[in-house]
Design a protein around this ligand. Structure first.
Ligand code: 5GP
Length: 120
C-alpha cells in the first residue's frame, strides 16, 4: 500500500525523544542509533532528522541529494567510531520486496562479523 510521504513513523518519536534510543552519533542533520533487533554485532541505523518526503530511497528527488550523501558519509564516520576497520556493510531496504518496514529512509550499518554475499 502507498505510504503518505508525511506519515509519521517510530523514527519521528526517536528524533523527538518521545521514545528512547541508544544514540551513537548525531549532527545537525542526521541521527544514528542502535537497531532494536540487531542482525550483526554492530547494527546501527542512520536517519535524516527531517524526512523531506524521503519515505524510502525510491522516493528520492534531486533536492535530497545532499542529505543522501550526508547519510552515507555519516555511515563512514560511525563505522570508524565503532572500530569496524576490517569492513562493514551498508544497506537501504526499499519497499515490500526490499523488506522495508519503517517508511522514513534509513541506512543500516552492519559489522563486527563476516558478511556473506549474495544475501538470501
Ligand atoms: P527496515 O526493515 O525498514 O529496513 O528497517 C527498520 C529497522 O528498524 C529494523 O531493523 C528494526 O529492527 C528497527 N526498528 C524498528 N523499530 C525500532 C525502534 O523502536 N527502535 C530501534 N532502535 N530500532 C527499531
Amino acid at each position: 500500500a502507498a505510504v503518505p510521504p508525511g506519515a509519521p513513523t517510530i523514527f519521528d518519536k526517536i528524533i523527538n525523544k518521545e521514545i528512547p534510543a541508544n544514540v551513537v552519533y548525531e549532527d545537525e542533520k542526521v541521527l544514528a542509533f542502535r537497531d532494536i533487533a540487531p542482525q550483526a554485532p554492530t547494527h546501527i541505523l542512520i536517519i535524516p532528522k527531517v524526512k523531506d518526503g524521503l519515505t524510502g530511497l525510491s522516493k528520492a528527488e534531486e533536492r535530497n541529494i545532499e542529505i543522501l550523501g550526508h547519510l552515507l558519509y555519516s555511515a563512514k564516520l560511525v563505522a570508524k567510531q565503532e572500530g569496524l576497520e576490517d569492513g562493514f556493510r551498508v544497506v537501504i531496504n526499499d519497499g515490500p520486496q526490499g523488506c522495508q518496514s519503517v517508511y522514513h529512509i534509513h541506512v543500516h550499518l552492519l559489522g563486527g562479523c563476516q558478511m556473506n554475499w549474495p544475501p538470501g
